[in-house]
Design a protein around this ligand. Sequence first.
Ligand SMILES: Cc1cc2nc3c(=O)[nH]c(=O)nc-3n(C[C@H](O)[C@H](O)[C@H](O)COP(=O)(O)OP(=O)(O)OC[C@H]3O[C@@H](n4cnc5c(N)ncnc54)[C@H](O)[C@@H]3O)c2cc1C
Length: 503
Amino acid sequence: MRTTAAGAESPIQQLDLETVSTRDLDRHAMAHDASHYLLVPQGVATPRNAADVGALLRRSRERGLPATFRSGGTSLSGQALSDSLLINTRQHFRGIEVLDGGARVRVQPGATVRSVNARLAAFGRKLGPDPASEIACTVGGVIANNSSGMACGTEFNTYRTLESMVLVLPSGTVIDTADADADRRLRELEPELHEGLLRLRRRVVGNDESVRIIRSLFSMKNTMGYGVNSFLDYERPVDILMHLMIGSEGTLGFVAEAVFRTVEVKPAVATGLLVFNSLDAATGALPDLVSTGLATIELMDAAALKVAQAAADAPAAIRTLPVQGHAALLVEHQGSDAAELSGKRAGSQPLFDSLDLATPFSLTSDPKDRTALWHVRKGLYTAVAGARPSGTNALLEDIVVPVPALADTCGELTRLFREHRYEESVIFGHAKDGNVHFMLNERFDDPAQAPALPGLHRRDGGPGPRRRRLAQSRARHRPHHGAVRPPPIRRRGSTASCRRSSG
Ligand SMILES: Cc1cc2nc3c(=O)[nH]c(=O)nc-3n(C[C@H](O)[C@H](O)[C@H](O)COP(=O)(O)OP(=O)(O)OC[C@H]3O[C@@H](n4cnc5c(N)ncnc54)[C@H](O)[C@@H]3O)c2cc1C
């Protein structure tokens, strides 16, 4: 029993719903996601269907109790955590229905990406979004985090491949956006929301500067803030709302079901590892490489290569390389058949031949060799995080810039690592899209490291201005139903952030 000091029922108990558990075991089992945060929820709800979710949202909202969804729990920025009510939607929402011979698929949000793709494989199809965490992450998390991966870019992400969704709003209202009268239903059941979306659209569309900034940011793989490009791309409030749900981290409502258009699994593939003498040379070659139509171009800096070459199945190209400032690009061509693949290979060969590389390069279609190459890249985050000094926290950041700006961005990042004495920092990621991750090892319990984070610690151990700002910012962004933020148009430069992805 969780009662308040005065013996009154806690807000969680007042919910009076049988789907909610306040058992210590349930609460502590859900206190982590894949980030470095720890938040113990007051209660964990395990709804069985959309109606249960509606009741949870309605009642928690009436009692002013913040509610957060958790599905696969693989988020890297604490999105799947709460110190209030946590709603576990992994368990009872796993349905998958293949439609139109695999051209489309209807999925419930607790199904993992891998399980959906396993069902689609028989049809030569897969989901567009391809996060490296596909074995554990779920469709609900992919939609709410706007996750993507090595190949999907901005062309095959959820925004581009989602056809419709069933959504549950904080009031408990359920809307299926596939219904012909979905927009009318939204207007009748949620008039304020409907009108508010139209008002926001008028505000965004009527401001040329907003339009310019949004178009520029969303031409990149930007997942920062709400997907305000929805206001430019759609007119009906129900369509705007459905697209705003993508990347909303569960703050706007619950995705109870989604229908996706699928993409072809290209069976003809050839993969290779380009090893350069410097990070600068690798990033400098990117614009030309991108223009040859490579499906994936994955960057690994010297620190990443050192970790990767220690693996038992490290590819020959890097196994014995005395890594010193080198960097590598894992490249892959994909084709619907052998002829298409061979055309693409021929097209890029002159460029490959012209590159000044540290090791011999060739493309391979051999499944064993390709697996070894991909193992290096896909296992990188866990390998690098696993190799960090004991007692440190792995902080992963995620940024996107226009591809031609990536060389300078990586150069500046490396300079900042040096200046702030981050010694084993790693840069890796989806270079084709100008999207890279960098990992910092931080030892939060060591006052000697405080100078590396100016403003984060005060000498007396209290929170400095930077830490206070971070805490306030996290509190503002914590998934919290019923809280409405204005559309964030906060970046002026060409750099946007993808704060929630990885891999
Ligand atoms: C090793 C590793 C590799 C990774 N690689 C990548 C990568 O390549 N690309 C990438 O983008 N990310 C990556 N990630 C981050 C993470 O895996 C993805 O963002 C993933 O899609 C999250 O899915 P999940 O099911 O774990 O969601 P959770 O972490 O459970 O939840 C994510 C968010 O979605 C909300 N949510 C969940 N279900 C619903 C729903 N039905 N309706 C509304 N809101 C909901 C939650 O409240 C939360 O805000 C990686 C993580 C790890 C640990």
